[in-house]
Design a protein around this ligand. Structure first.
Ligand code: AMP
Length: 396
């Protein structure tokens, strides 16, 4: 079943209805102060749409990992306060999740009012996807909207179970994730080029396996490239190499060749003597890494190779840095790829914290078609797995 066929909030009659919206308000809070309100800001299109339509809006989310029931360290109260500032209207705050306070406040809402429930993880049943809790959530409202993409890979009561008891739809954040990532996987504008980087092959193996059948070109950079060097019979010095994955790497390159998929790995690499930001560096060809050195970025010939490969792309999926991009000495490869993707004119979909950070640093955010908001969820999506939080949403 195609994810492109899921109902969105715009497909529901929401006016005058109680709408329960699962948001991702999992923000970092330090001493009661929210250190980044990015996720709260990201929820605004869906919340504001529902307010404008005269729905009675009931928001709920998890925040951190509280262990055992109510814990003031993990209260949603600071989120309610910030959301209220952003919306320029009162946000009611329940004292509990599905208890007396939540029920009476939900029942008293007028059209356009907004209520935030307490942290769903104060309820033990949440992470167990307990049907009793799901029913209690459902009893607060008439409709359910899921807008928490970052939690969509978890089958919890608030992300999945509740949809068994209410008509459901995707909010704008999930809608956009589905449109771009689902579109790229199911019906991409070709050629489709995937650029994968980051530390480990083992983290991305599922993604490579899923994309190899779909891509025209697959590009590998970052720490995971050195396992492919080993598969080619090159030395890797002290670079990251997962020796138990060398056979997998070989198999993937052979599969790509058999299928006529272009599979590019670095042809040169920038080495460091130590794993440190200001270590001694040198650039060598991929088959010439000397003992005692480690590959920490792609080299300049590889930058050109990857830039050329990206030219003329219809769709680009990029996940993971080309090197240790946190350190200026080893950021050039990631910057080159970010620039090439930004200038490609392709539908560009970026996932992973480090790639997104590079794009932000360069001011390229507006040049990307879509920057995915979910780390684990976006990787599972690219692996072709069914995300329970999306599967639970009704089809159109
Ligand atoms: P991931 O979370 O898998 O996307 O990996 C991101 C991490 O990979 C970043 O912290 C980078 O520093 C690290 N990384 C990228 N390239 C290398 C490399 N060549 N050697 C060691 N670490 C790397």
């Amino acid at each position: 079943m195609s994810v492109l066929n899921k109902k969105s909030v715009e497909d529901m009659e929401v006016s005058g209805k109680r709408v329960l919206v699962r948001c991702d308000f999992n923000v970092k809070i330090d001493g009661g102060v929210i250190t980044s309100d990015k996720r709260i800001v990201a929820s605004l299109p869906t919340v504001q749409y529902l307010i404008n339509k005269g729905a009675k809006v009931i928001l709920f989310s998890h925040l951190g990992r509280p262990k055992d029931g109510f814990d003031p360290e993990f209260t949603m109260a600071p989120v309610a306060a910030r959301l209220s500032e952003l919306l320029g209207k009162e946000v009611l705050m329940a004292k509990d999740v599905v208890g007396e306070s939540a029920r009476s406040l939900a029942a008293s809402l007028k059209d356009g009012d907004v209520l935030l429930l307490e942290n769903v993880r104060f309820e033990k049943g949440e992470t167990k996807n307990d049907p009793e809790l799901s029913k209690k959530f459902a009893s607060l409202a008439e409709l359910y909207v899921n807008d928490a993409f970052g939690s969509a890979h978890r089958a919890h009561s608030s992300t999945t179970g509740v949809a068994d008891y209410l008509p459901s739809a995707a909010g704008y954040l999930i809608k956009k994730e589905i449109e771009f990532m689902g579109g790229a996987l199911e019906n991409p504008k070709r050629p489709l080029i995937a650029i994968l980087g980051g530390a480990k092959v083992s983290d991305k193996i599922g993604v490579i396996e899923n994309l190899i059948d779909k891509c025209d070109t697959l590009i590998i950079g970052g720490g995971m490239a050195y396992t492919f060097f080993a598969a080619k019979g090159y030395g890797w010095g002290n670079s990251l190499c997962e020796t138990d994955r060398i056979e997998d790497a070989k198999a993937m390159m052979e599969k790509a060749q058999a299928m006529g998929v272009k599979f590019l790995i670095p042809v040169d690499t920038k080495l460091g003597k130590e794993y440190a930001p200001d270590t001694e560096t040198k650039i060598v060809d991929a088959d010439s890494i000397p003992d005692g050195w480690m590959g920490l970025d792609i080299g300049p010939k590889t930058q050109e190779l990857f830039k050329d490969a990206v030219k003329g792309a219809g769709t680009i999926i990029w996940n993971g840095p080309m090197g240790v991009s946190e350190w200026d000495n080893f950021a050039a490869g990631t910057i080159a790829v970010a620039t090439a993707v930004a200038e490609s004119g392709a539908v560009s979909i970026v996932g992973g914290g480090d790639s997104a950070a590079a794009i932000k640093k360069l001011g390229f955010e507006k040049k990307m078609s879509h920057i995915s908001t979910g780390g684990g969820a976006s990787l599972e999506f690219l692996e072709g797995k069914e995300l329970p939080g999306i599967a639970a949403i009704n089809d159109k």
